[in-house]
Ligand binder design. Structure first.
Ligand code: I6G
Length: 685
């Protein structure tokens, strides 16, 4: 073999290997090499191509990084018009859709009495694009535009990791000679939040929602900018495939697309008739907040492609498909006032009081404004009309001011100089956006919040000690520190509002019961800044003894997984504060205790195991389950692969369960998880 041959072979090997890893990562959600190894192969390919630019191919993984900036986008005529979908909003509309289709199909000769099969999927809230492949290589990517003509954004789309530059062959090594596939480019909510947070920190452009972010990213003339944006592509329609027969049904065609290398929705399901459609739409709406991306509805398609073709199109919509729309995630309302709330750590946060408005099915009258930098960035004033967004599990947010509707008499929002609760000075630390009350535990608001956190379910779990009760205990000066809770007497309690003798008795018992706790819970209950459940679990697992944590220096803390410089500093400051040390001693004096053991990580029972959690758990949150598994030494991963030891499937588990079953991975339910955790934790103590 000549050196040219061996170079070509190495280039082909690197491209094929990187391509296969891309597919595993983006489509199967099951990477099987570490990122560093991928990066090493990529760097080798890049170096070889730099030495031999004449050997670069259009489908090389290096071609994703973004080519030269364009002057403008070319106008491209769609070979098949890019239609839109009709919309349905309620049961009556859905019923009418099915009845109309039954009638039209009957007129076309559809067998009488044969129930209609539909294929359903979420309607992702992004930007529709059409991709064209020739001989398996991506040659063109176009926006929808007006449906007839769109903009050529091929270079930008090439930077999207989940768009294959080259297709995988179908079984028997067949490759379509031409393929046109359509799908949605979008951002997951978490990628969007991370990107926006970085933009806020850097003072660059912040987007109102993931959809605008995806659209803005694709409209960049410089593909290098697009390459930095966390975009995803999910295919939703196989429009045309030459050289290979297209499957008879839509769901099978989607499987063909998956084999060819495209990501398809994990929520695709085939259903029968009106009842099946209704059930799917209801279920998906229930799942909506928990999905990692925004959806604005469900897409419902007749599954049989032959009957789709018979039905054809009406105006600019297919007759065989429609969108069942869900309540919008954004709404316009008026900002009535801004109040400043003091949190557990003294953060003074502006909270928007709004004219109540329905957003994604819920009436919202308050929204966070985060901090004064955010108020300035939005340019919002009291009296303004604003766009409110409520998506996923996050607190509703104001994302934009409708300047065109600004009333003549708006009022500036001013940061308070003194705490609205205790009148201490409000400070802003250098480099921080957050305002803080300097009152510490003198401030009743901070005291109340600290006590609420201490008593909460994931912390000391003091049953019956609700927010209203804590407010009264603080306002009547009965409790200053968490340790004071354990000194409360029957007489203290019966005097409180809505507290009868029985409730007082129960609360005293709950306080007594809470004294026996676990180290991780106790650490979490202390409310140290940025020490959440998972960090508390890591600390408990690492130190085993509370005293060791209390005395740890910075070097030791920084040596622990998950502990960065900021958290280490918060821990050091907390344990350097004499008042905190007094309270800790006092709590222990009052009888708070937990089993302590010295352990080495290697001795933990789940070391070397990888667990995955999916579906909804009822008796504990995912974070709690994760923290407890990690405390026993397990690694908790986000996706199932052949390396997964066990999948915990809660209710409504979806594709991860199917995948685990196909890979022969052990699957257990919530009850079995709880039993295993209890047994292993007991064995540890
Ligand atoms: O499955 C789909 C998802 C989204 C679609 C679709 C869509 O538009 C944003 N549009 C059409 C025309 C079809 N399926 C057939």
């Amino acid at each position: 073999m000549t050196s040219v041959d061996s170079l070509s072979a190495r280039l082909a090997f690197l491209r094929q290997t990187l391509h296969a890893h891309n597919y595993r990562y983006h489509v199967l959600d099951a990477p099987d090499i570490p990122d560093a190894e991928y990066d090493r192969l990529f760097a080798e390919l890049k170096a070889l191509e730099a030495q031999h630019p004449e050997l670069i191919t259009a489908d090389s993984p290096t071609q994703r990084v973004g080519g030269a900036p364009l002057k403008s986008f070319a106008e491209i005529t769609h070979r098949h018009p890019m239609l839109s979908l009709g919309n349905l909003f309620d049961e009556a509309g859905l019923q009418a859709f099915v009845t109309r289709m039954e009638k039209e199909l009957a007129d076309l000769g559809y067998p009488q009495g044969e129930p209609l099969q539909f294929c359903c999927e979420p309607k992702l809230d992004g930007l529709a694009v059409s991709l064209i492949y020739e001989q398996g290589v991506l040659v063109q990517g176009v926006t929808r535009g007006d449906g007839q003509k769109g903009e050529g954004i091929t270079e930008n789309l090439k930077t999207v990791g989940s768009i294959p530059l080259r297709l995988n062959p179908l079984p028997d090594q067949v490759m379509p000679t031409r393929l046109e596939v359509r799908g949605e480019v979008y951002m997951t909510r978490s990628a969007f939040e991370t990107m926006n947070q970085r933009a806020r920190d850097e003072g660059s452009k912040v987007f109102a929602n993931p959809r605008n972010a995806a659209a803005g990213s694709l409209r960049q003339l410089d593909p290098k900018i697009t390459a930095t944006r966390p975009l995803m592509f999910t295919a939703y329609q196989l429009v045309e495939m030459e050289g290979v027969p297209v499957a008879a049904t839509h769901d099978q065609a989607m499987q063909q697309l998956k084999q060819l290398g495209f990501r398809i929705s994990e929520e695709i399901a085939c259903v029968t008739g009106y009842a099946g459609l209704k059930h799917y739409c209801d279920q998906l709406l229930q799942k909506r907040d928990g999905l990692p991306y925004d959806i604005d509805g469900a897409v419902l398609k007749l599954n049989d492609r032959r009957w789709q073709a018979e039905l054809g199109f009406r105006a600019r919509e297919p007759r065989w498909a429609t969108a069942f729309k869900y309540p919008a995630q954004e709404a316009m309302t008026q900002l009535l006032d801004v109040e400043f709330q003091v949190g557990r750590t003294g953060a003074v946060t502006p909270v928007a009081r709004l004219e109540p408005v329905a957003v994604s099915g819920v009436t919202v009258s308050n929204a966070t404004l985060h901090n004064m930098d955010e108020v300035a960035r939005l340019g919002v004033e009291i009296g303004d009309w604003v766009i409110l967004r409520r998506a996923g599990d996050v607190i509703p947010q104001i994302v934009q001011v409708v300047m065109s509707k600004r009333p003549a008499t708006t009022q500036m929002i001013k940061a308070p100089s003194h705490c609205p609760v205790c009148q201490s000075l409000v400070e802003r630390a250098e480099g921080e956006a957050v305002l803080r009350c300097s009152g510490g535990l003198y401030c009743a608001a901070q005291r109340k919040e600290a006590l609420k956190h201490f008593a909460s379910r994931k912390a000391m779990d003091i049953e019956g000690l609700g927010d209203k009760l804590i407010d009264q205990l603080v306002e009547r000066d009965l409790v200053h520190t968490p340790a004071d809770l354990y000194r409360l007497t029957f007489d203290d309690l019966v005097g409180l509002e809505r507290m009868g003798p029985k409730s007082a008795e129960n609360l005293l018992q709950a306080l007594e019961k809470s004294k026996q706790t676990q180290l991780a819970r106790f650490i979490y209950a202390l409310g140290i800044r940025e020490v959440g459940e998972a960090t508390a679990a890591s600390l408990a697992q690492y130190f085993g003894h509370f005293q060791a944590l209390r005395e740890a220096d910075e070097t030791t803390l920084r040596g622990i997984d998950d502990i960065g410089p900021v958290v280490a500093q918060h821990l050091l400051s907390f344990f350097a504060e004499p008042h905190n040390l007094e309270t800790l001693d006092d709590l222990i004096q009052q009888g708070v205790h937990w089993p302590e053991v010295h352990r080495r990580r290697e001795d933990l029972p789940l070391v070397g195991q990888t667990w995955v959690l999916t579906g909804s758990l009822e008796s504990l949150t995912r974070d709690q389950a994760k923290a407890r598994l990690e405390a026993l030494g397990a690694k908790v991963a986000g996706s199932v692969s052949k390396k997964t030891t066990c999948l915990v499937a809660g209710s409504a588990a979806g594709s991860k369960l199917t995948k685990a079953e196909s890979l022969g991975v052990e699957v257990i339910d919530e009850a079995a998880l709880l039993a295993q955790l209890a047994a292993l934790e007991t064995a540890q103590t």
